[in-house]
Design a protein around this ligand. Structure first.
Ligand code: ZN
Length: 301
């Protein structure tokens, strides 16, 4: 199934459901950053969570940044997701690998660390980002983001995130977000039924591996609760907004002395984008041009 995001409501709009398939974009991140198995799972879950969080924002320019800083060997995990369906991200130590945990699963919690912080920044695009920080619950990321939604955004939520990565790369990845809005939260029987059904889910990747589509997954969960699936499917993808021009802009800020130094010592400059690992090379000629621009700028001031 192609990477996509699908929204639905149930219980007369009292339940909000979003499902996303992120298999290809997680595989792209794995290849771009040379991620280990456990790093693939950690970043894939974080990027998937980012897309699910961003899905509630109305404006296409809106973005969600998730930064996880735990005390584990992976260091920080960062994902930047947009309401437009684009996402990018990285981990500090992509090479870190750990043996499977007690359940025989990739030890994401051990790699991220069980203690630390989760930072979420929501930026609607008007220049006043809203940020919030919570302590990590387990470092497994799904639990941590659920805790964030419940404690910081005060919305009863369940978040299921999963990445299956084997020798052939990522073969299944995605997630499900279920939120109970105030009008349905008062209906105790409804909430109880929903909770018991969610508790039977053993993860998200087994559903994909069983060949279930997003509408089928929704149907299985709340098909008898007045399920309304939105007609539009949104495509989601790994995409970074870095460019050679932006790199040149960043180099220019360094100033003439530094640029001159780079020309003399290295005959140019090399910059790697953290988010997508793209390498940009600027030659002496381009740096020379930046110096000319700097001089022209200073004259016009
Ligand atoms: Zn980039």
């Amino acid at each position: 199934m192609v990477d996509q995001l699908l929204r639905a409501t149930a219980a007369d709009g009292g339940i909000r459901i979003v499902g996303v398939v992120t298999t290809r974009l997680t595989e792209e991140a794995r290849q771009r950053h040379n991620l280990s198995y456990v790093a693939t799972a950690a970043l894939g879950r974080t990027m998937t969570g980012g897309l699910l969080l961003a899905s509630s924002m109305k404006r296409a320019e809106s973005r969600v940044n998730i930064r996880i800083k735990g005390n584990g060997p992976l260091g920080g995990v960062m994902a930047d997701a947009g309401a437009d369906g684009t996402v990018r991200g990285y981990v500090d130590h992509p090479e870190v690998e750990l043996p499977p945990n007690a359940k025989g699963k990739l030890d994401v919690g051990g790699a991220v660390g069980h203690e630390g912080y989760l930072y979420v920044v929501r930026d609607v695009g008007y220049g006043y980002p809203y940020s919030s920080t919570v302590q990590l619950v387990s470092g497994e990321i799904g639990d941590d983001l659920t805790h964030y939604l419940v404690s910081s955004e005060q919305t009863p939520s369940a978040l299921v995130l999963g990445v299956f990565v084997g020798a052939a790369g990522v073969t299944a990845a995605g997630g499900l977000l279920v939120q109970v809005l105030p009008k349905a939260a008062r209906d105790e029987a409804l909430v109880e039924t929903l909770e018991s059904r969610l508790s039977t889910l053993t993860g998200f990747t087994p559903l994909l591996q069983a060949g279930k589509s997003l509408p089928q997954i929704f149907e299985d969960l709340v098909g008898d609760m007045d399920l309304q699936i939105f007609p539009e499917t949104q495509l989601v993808q790994f995409q970074c907004n870095c460019s050679f021009d932006r790199v040149l802009g960043a180099l220019k800020i360094l100033g003439e002395t530094e640029l001159r130094d780079m020309i003399e010592k290295d005959e140019g400059a090399e910059a790697t984008c953290h988010f997508c690992n793209e390498v940009y090379k600027a030659g002496s000629h381009e740096l020379e041009q930046l110096i000319q621009e700097l001089r022209a700028d200073s004259v016009s001031f």
